[in-house]
Design a protein around this ligand. Structure first.
Ligand SMILES: *Cc1c(COP(=O)(O)O)cnc(C)c1O
Length: 331
């Protein structure tokens, strides 16, 4: 099967911001864009994106999961990058329009239609290293995706990185291109040196997140994850999992977690760890690598609570459980 995110629907919705206002929504071919090589985004990385999914239910309905949370986050990213302000109602319409057009192509579970809104600064002004782009382009790409878990019983190996950081500390909560390029060096080195799947960034011992997913620790009835601050991306999946954990009567502790505490707790039988994100849903972590030593998390296998929380989330997304929190937008 094609790699995640390499197949695209042939059309996308697009709007441009010029002279202080947004254009009407256009539907255009999704295999090209036209803008000046001097565009702000290509030189000064004025870019942000979102990732969300539409799911097909047994009764034929297609539902988008937590669209409003993703739109709000994109508006926030745009603001923090000094891009033109997103018109949230218009972006809502752009997403609904394009998903409606390709409703028939939304895969059945465990597949889904991945939705990728992208916002870039297009002003042709290479003298603007220290000034915002006054024009921009917003588009919504669609990519049908399969099950990230085709691997079955696998768990991830994470390298704990205490010296480097994923991105500049004030940029962690912005879903912006440069942050991912900035994390590629450490991730590639971790793959080569210790065969790690991901790097868990823990600057000065503070457990934050991996390159593109949040980290959660599960100890019995308690779910522990870092409390929201500007240093890391505030995942919609993280928030959904914490909400479902509370619904199941679990204790949710949003607080700082140190590497020392993580390693100590991880080795207790019954402890579980997982990564959360739209693409990965909830991926079990089996091994932590720290200072040349490997620590198995619990029994090293996918944990029962991790699987239960993932199933609870999938059940809402797939229309198999009540949408008690109003997370679905029916197309
Ligand atoms: C997108 C992303 C996440 C996960 O966010 P979701 O809203 O759950 O998809 C976590 N960390 C980073 C760095 C991300 O880019």
């Amino acid at each position: 099967m094609a790699a995640f995110g390499t197949v695209f629907m042939p059309q996308m919705t697009l709007a441009t911001f010029e002279d202080g206002q947004w254009s009407d929504i256009q539907t255009v071919p999704s295999d090209r864009l036209e803008f000046h090589p001097g565009a702000h985004v290509l030189h000064y990385s004025s870019t942000c994106f979102e990732g969300l999914k539409a799911f097909r239910h047994d009764n034929g309905d297609v539902c988008i999961f937590r669209m409003d949370a993703n739109i709000r986050r994109m508006a926030q990213s745009s603001r923090l990058l000094s891009l033109p302000p997103i018109d949230e109602a218009q972006l809502h319409q752009m997403i609904v329009d394009i998903v409606t057009q390709f409703k028939g192509d939304v895969p059945t579970p465990p597949g889904s239609m991945y939705i990728r809104p992208t916002h870039i600064g297009t002003e042709a002004a290479i003298g603007k290293a220290a000034a915002p782009s006054m024009s921009s382009l917003l588009y919504v790409l669609l990519s049908p995706v399969g099950d990230y878990f085709a691997g079955g019983d696998v768990t991830l190996r994470l390298l704990l990185e205490e010296n480097g950081q994923r991105c500049a500390p004030h940029m962690g909560m912005v879903k912006s291109g440069g942050n991912y390029a900035s994390a590629l060096g450490p991730i590639s080195r971790a793959r080569e040196s210790v065969d790690a799947d991901q790097v868990l960034f823990c600057p000065n011992g503070d457990v934050q997140e991996t390159g593109a997913a949040n980290f959660i620790l599960i100890d019995g009835d308690e779910v522990i994850t870092k409390g929201l601050d500007s240093s890391f991306l505030h995942g919609v999946t993280r928030d959904s999992i914490l909400t479902l954990a509370r619904d199941l009567g679990m204790t949710v502790s949003e607080r700082d977690l140190t590497v020392d505490e993580l390693i100590e707790r991880a080795q207790k039988p019954g402890t579980e760890a997982a990564l959360s994100g739209t693409a990965a849903v909830l991926t079990p972590v089996g091994t932590l690598i720290h200072n040349g030593q490997e620590f198995q998390v619990g029994n090293g296998k996918p944990g029962a609570t991790t699987l239960r929380l993932r199933e609870a989330l999938n059940n809402v997304q797939w229309g198999k459980a009540e949408d008690a929190h109003g997370w679905l937008t029916r197309i």
